[in-house]
Design a protein around this ligand. Structure first.
Ligand SMILES: Nc1ncnc2c1ncn2[C@@H]1O[C@H](COP(=O)(O)OP(=O)(O)OP(=O)(O)O)[C@@H](O)[C@H]1O
Ligand SMILES: [Mg+2]
Length: 314
């Protein structure tokens, strides 16, 4: 594969792009951040784990009738990753999805290790990349759990709205539970502000709240202690909304628009920080039989608008 890599000793960064709220910019971020990193010469793999198959459509990937997708990878023990891998662009590979993925959760209901199927299929394979992004569906079901058991990190795209803060609190709680059950190494490492409207006071206040919340967590033993709100926020830009209908990334469609510039800058930042990373952290796994544990008290004191406390009814 062409391009300069992050370095042979750099660990792959496997990132679940997750927010249970719909329409916040998950797919747009996975596609365009991935494409920006590939343009910068990094080896990138995108995994479409959403039955809507928006990432696959966004990249204009057409699966042939006898082709394979992530559904086959999850359901069919004989299906290997090489059967479904598609080269979408230079340095950019994709494991695509089709709508049949919607049936996977029900079909896997009785599988004893259903939360870790993706990890088992892909753990060794991901080592040949610098970055792997998993585009999650807008839910916290079995597909998302598979993404979280494979990933080392979670990136949370969100819009800087007041109600979105509550959703982030819920998401952090979920990651804490997953860390206790299926993936003890999982960390939330970035918030990506999408569809940013810089001129609004609300957006500035929400970002300031998020900054304060994550700064307060730095000294705490929580899976978001290394999380930060990435700069720059990705501005609302109609070109980003138009590109999917042409099956193009923003760099194919309008390479110098504001949206392309924002994702390019985010990619530069990730490349720079990845070069500072130490050797690969040891991955710790829990036995398959370990059940999700109780909700854990959260040590970091959040600003009042972000709560990671369990709901009183649960
Ligand atoms: N910065 C932006 N400016 C303008 N439009 C955007 C921007 N980011 C995303 N969009 C558009 O907003 C819509 C939702 O984005 P996207 O599909 O990435 O969200 P999502 O979180 O993946 O949604 P879902 O939860 O349904 O999977 C899409 O039409 C997308 O093109
Ligand atoms: Mg999506």
């Amino acid at each position: 594969m062409a391009g300069t890599t992050c370095g042979a000793d750099r660990p792959v960064r496997t990132i679940a792009v997750l927010n249970q709220k719909g329409g916040v910019g998950k797919t747009t971020t996975a596609v365009n951040l991935g494409a920006a990193l590939a343009e910068a010469g990094r080896r990138v793999c995108l995994i479409d784990l959403d039955p809507q198959a928006h990432l696959t459509l966004h990249l204009g990937i057409d699966i042939s009738p006898d082709g394979h997708s992530v559904y086959d990878l999850l359901i069919d023990p004989a299906c290997e990753v090489t059967h479904c891998l598609v080269r979408a662009r230079e340095s950019l590979d994709v494991i695509p999805a089709e709508v049949d993925l919607a049936g996977a959760e029900a079909e896997l209901a009785d599988h004893p290790d259903r939360q870790r199927l993706l990890r088992h299929k892909l753990a060794a394979f991901t080592d040949s990349y610098d970055f792997v992004f998993v585009d999650c569906p807008p839910s916290l079901g079995l597909l998302t759990l598979n993404a979280l058991s494979l990933a080392g990190e979670v990136f949370v795209p969100m819009q800087a709205h007041f109600l979105a803060l509550q959703g982030v609190g819920k998401l952090l709680q979920t990651v804490q539970l997953v860390r206790r059950s299926v993936n003890p190494a999982l960390q939330v490492t970035a918030i990506v502000v999408c569809m940013h409207e810089a001129q609004t006071t609300l957006a500035r206040e929400v970002i300031a709240d998020l900054d304060a919340f994550f700064d307060a967590a730095r000294s705490q033993e929580v899976p978001w202690r290394n999380c930060r709100v990435l700069r720059p926020p990705v501005r609302r830009n109609v070109k980003l909304a138009e590109a999917p209908s042409f099956g193009k990334t923003i760099f194919d469609y309008a390479p110098w628009c504001a949206g392309a510039n924002d994702y390019r800058k985010l990619a530069e930042r990730l490349v720079a920080e990845t070069q500072q990373l130490p050797a690969a952290p040891e991955i710790v796994t829990l036995p398959a039989s370990t059940a999700p544990q109780e909700r854990v008290p959260v040590a970091a004191e959040p600003p009042p608008r972000i709560s990671t406390a369990p709901d009183p009814v649960q």
